[in-house]
Ligand binder design. Structure first.
Ligand SMILES: *Cc1c(COP(=O)(O)O)cnc(C)c1O
Ligand SMILES: [Zn+2]
Length: 424
């Protein structure tokens, strides 16, 4: 793809000491155990990328392929991404902010969460590296996406999840014929087991040994937001945090677009959202430290965000601090309210993580951390049909009548009653 034959994606690089590594299935630095991250030749990219070139490509996340860590063309999930950026005026009025957008990954293809982005990159890279078996440790959505995309690509897959996930998330993996393994214990124990399996069997774990590739997929949410706003960085972005990777990568995406000359450098802030029952990153932010205290027993309806030992917590905190962002956490009741606010004012049915993001944004606006006369983009990352338990019985009731006009007029709608109501 590069005329000079210099690869845009050059190396893996330690986030701590900067040591360069070959682009293999490795994820930690052998000297300081720092996480490895994809490194690019930005000078080469700057001379070859342009808005017009990007705009001429199919509307998928792969239109930004110069800034994604694979060597060839994507072979898994080539249709993922480019979800709608929705201007949500009624929700803006409700939350009391001038301008509000929803980045709507509830309709991401194929499994209705932003995880399709990271899986598309990780599995495309897994194929380039020759893996035949792929796997993941997941709080639910990642498992769904690995199962679906592996099935489509003909890869064998194992997905490991905490045993107590929502039925929609469990069935949403089982249907693809993958191996779904429920672990008795919270996510952190699932993750530890996966590290052991990855080391022993050499499988491609998308968020363990393939993590440097996986994580880069999240940048495309940031790239798309910029393009959909007419090639500019939004003043405020609010993202939910589990491991803290998505928030960190949106920050990276905005900086990269400046670096390669695609958008102008403007002031922006990234803000993080967590559930009170598992808020190690938000609580560290609020304490004014970058030391993330693990949560041994997460307890929240936002199960997709329930990671007690967040791998990228430290980096997420620095991204928020550096950009003047804030972090909030919200209770289960506030999460349900957030889901309903979004549904009733923007017509978008989000899962619990979406409720977390909306409810935290509401707090950030109320406290002035996001000023009312500015604009914000809320990253809504998963579909509500997957977490129906969370709102069951909390959204009003189904009203039952016989198939009779009389009953309809007696119990549901009566023109005389409507006229009286209209006058008062
Ligand atoms: C995984 C996930 C996130 C955040 O993940 P990070 O680990 O912080 O990148 C947010 N929302 C949903 C719905 C998720 O499944
Ligand atoms: Zn290092």
């Amino acid at each position: 793809m590069d005329k000079s034959n210099r690869p845009f994606f050059s190396n893996l690089k330690c986030r701590e000491c900067g040591k360069l590594y070959e682009k293999k299935a490795i994820h930690v630095c052998e000297y300081d155990f720092g996480p490895l991250e994809a490194a690019y030749d930005y000078d080469a990219i700057r001379t070859s990328i342009s808005r017009a070139a990007i705009e001429s490509r199919p509307q998928t996340m792969w239109r930004y392929r110069e800034l994604l860590p694979i060597d060839g063309e994507p072979t898994v999930g080539a249709q993922v991404g480019f979800t709608p950026l929705v201007k949500a005026d009624r929700l803006a009025a409700k939350l009391g902010i001038k301008s509000l957008y929803i980045k709507n990954d509830t309709v991401n293809y194929p499994t209705l969460s932003f995880k399709d982005r990271v899986v598309s990159v990780a599995l495309s890279r897994a194929c380039e590296l020759g893996f035949k078996v792929v796997a993941c440790a997941s709080t639910g959505n990642l498992a769904n996406s690995v199962a679906a995309n592996a099935a489509a690509a003909g890869l064998k897959s194992y997905v490991l999840i905490p045993a107590d996930l929502e039925q929609g998330k469990v069935l949403g993996s089982l249907v693809y014929g993958t191996n779904v393994i429920g672990i008795h214990g919270p996510y952190d124990q699932v993750n530890r087991l996966c590290s052991e399996i990855a080391g022993k069997y050499g499988w491609g774990f998308v968020n363990v040994n393939l993590r440097p590739y996986y994580a880069e997929g999240s940048k495309t949410m940031g790239f798309e937001i910029c393009e959909q706003l007419g090639w500019r960085i939004p003043r405020h972005t609010v993202a939910p945090m589990a491991s803290g990777s998505l928030l960190t990568k949106i920050h990276k995406a905005y900086n990269e677009f400046v670096k390669v000359g695609i958008v102008e450098e403007t002031k922006f802030s990234v803000h993080g959202a967590q559930a009170t029952g598992c808020a190690p990153i938000a609580h560290a932010m609020q304490r004014g430290t970058d030391i993330v205290k693990p949560v041994p027993k997460p307890d929240t309806i936002a199960k997709s965000l329930a990671i007690g030992t967040p791998a990228d917590g430290y980096y997420a905190i620095h991204a928020m601090r550096q950009t003047g962002g804030g972090a909030e956490d919200v209770t289960d009741d506030e999460i349900v309210d957030g889901i309903k606010l979004l549904a009733e004012h923007a017509g978008i049915f989000a899962e619990t993580a979406g409720g977390v993001t909306v409810a935290c944004a509401k707090k950030l606006i109320a406290s002035g951390k996001i000023p009312r006369d500015e604009e914000a983009v809320l990253c809504i990352t998963g579909h509500g049909l997957k977490t129906q338990e969370a709102i069951a019985g909390k959204c009003g009731e189904l009203r039952l009548i016989k198939p009779s006009l009389r009953e309809f007029e007696e119990q549901i709608y009566n023109p005389d009653m409507a006229a009286t109501a209209a006058k008062s």
